[in-house]
Design a protein around this ligand. Structure first.
Ligand code: NAG
Length: 366
């Protein structure tokens, strides 16, 4: 009697356990979403710089994060960044930065972006430049293969979306270097641009050769409208013309480059979000987009709050009372509210904003 009772109770429990176990172990039953891999600079950094252990970097002080996370969250904003919103729209959790200690799950994607990152490796040697990010990605591919097996890893890598925001710092550095003798000569600009595009091509092909097919790019913003740029150039108009020209030159050449790459790389699909225009329109006509203040940063000091004093410990700076009124949170980075507006356009916008694919269609493509 006791024996029979035990088996009738035991059996369903055992069957359930075996079923659950096989669900967990069998890759063919696992349900994965399309992963998102992110590369870039501080506009996309969600903790790489913080975990890289450089003191005073990584948006580690208040008021970073104040609106959404209620504490500094390794992000250069009062809240979420574009990759945070995109991950959410794609049904993914916030992406883990690759340097997060104890990382084990690579199936949902990873964020490699890091503040200050450039394309050209000698420009800011102490940062996690794009080349290092790609090296980390290569390492990660091996770990992903260990996690889910070769076949499943290859499937995830080919379905994944690879999101980039990079090269702004390369041009900002070029202007910084020549700030006493502007304008920078055309030949210097062209040479710099061709090196940047050449290196980008190499990196895109590396990802392609590792199985990546779906690429998404945020083009360069209107660099001349950044409070930090106006502060550096002591410019008092709305947007300084020389950085604007540099960004436009890069964006035009970049779009042409990606278009040329496409037929060389079978299966390559892409999306370019016209961040330049999206941000420029909000600088010019802030109130139409719900921003009472679209030129002066919420946090900082100096003209337009163009000095990054809120990134540094022990500096005096001012902070606005309501970041949602502001387009810029600090001298170079939009607020949570602005990032949300950009993300909606990048995700679901029409071909005047994002083309040839928008992100929603790129995620769904196969
Ligand atoms: C990449 O950039 C370096 C400078 O950092 C340059 O010397 C090299 O020619 C570039 N590579 C390509 C393929 O353009």
């Amino acid at each position: 009697m006791a024996m029979r009772l035990r088996t009738t109770i035991m059996f369903p429990a055992l069957a359930l356990f075996v079923t659950l176990l096989s669900l967990c172990l069998s890759p063919s039953n696992a349900q994965y979403k399309t992963p998102l891999f992110v590369f870039g600079d501080s506009l996309y950094d969600d903790g790489m710089t913080l975990y890289n252990g450089v003191k005073g970097a990584g948006a580690e002080y208040w008021p970073y994060g104040e609106t959404y996370f209620k504490k500094p969250a390794g992000r250069y904003s009062d809240g979420r960044l574009i990759p945070d919103f995109i991950a959410q729209y794609a049904g993914l959790p916030f992406l883990q930065p690759y340097l997060l200690p104890g990382l084990k799950d690579y199936t949902k994607g990873i964020n490699f972006a890091s503040a200050g990152a450039c394309v050209l490796v000698e420009t800011r040697p102490s940062t996690i430049n794009l080349k290092k990010q790609i090296d980390y990605f290569r390492q990660m591919v091996q770990k992903l293969k260990k996690q889910v097996g070769e076949a499943q890893a290859n499937k995830l890598l080919s379905e994944a979306v690879y999101l980039f925001n990079i090269a702004g710092n390369d041009y900002v550095s070029l202007l910084e270097k020549h700030v006493k003798k502007l304008p920078v000569s055309n030949s210097k600009k062209k040479r710099q641009m061709n090196m940047i595009l050449g290196n980008l091509t190499v990196h895109f092909k590396t990802i392609y050769n590792l199985g990546g097919r779906k690429f998404a790019f945020q083009n360069l913003g209107p660099l001349g409208c950044m409070p930090s740029m106006k502060y550096m150039l002591q410019y008092t108009g709305t947007c300084a013309p020389e950085p604007q020209e540099l960004a436009k030159m890069h964006n035009t050449a970049f779009a042409a480059l990606v278009k040329r790459l496409q037929p060389q790389l079978p299966g390559f699909k892409y999306s370019i979000y016209d961040f330049y225009t999206a941000l420029y329109l909000r600088v010019l006509y802030g109130s139409r987009y719900g921003f009472r203040e679209s030129q002066t940063a919420c946090c900082g000091s100096g003209a337009y709050n163009g000095d990054f004093s809120c990134q540094k410990k022990g500096y005096t700076f001012s902070v606005c009372s309501n970041p949602n009124d502001h387009l810029w949170f600090d001298a170079a980075h939009p607020t949570d509210k602005a990032n949300q507006a950009f993300s909606k356009e990048f995700w679901g916008g029409g071909s005047n904003l994002v083309a040839p694919y928008n992100l929603q269609n790129l995620f769904a493509a196969n």
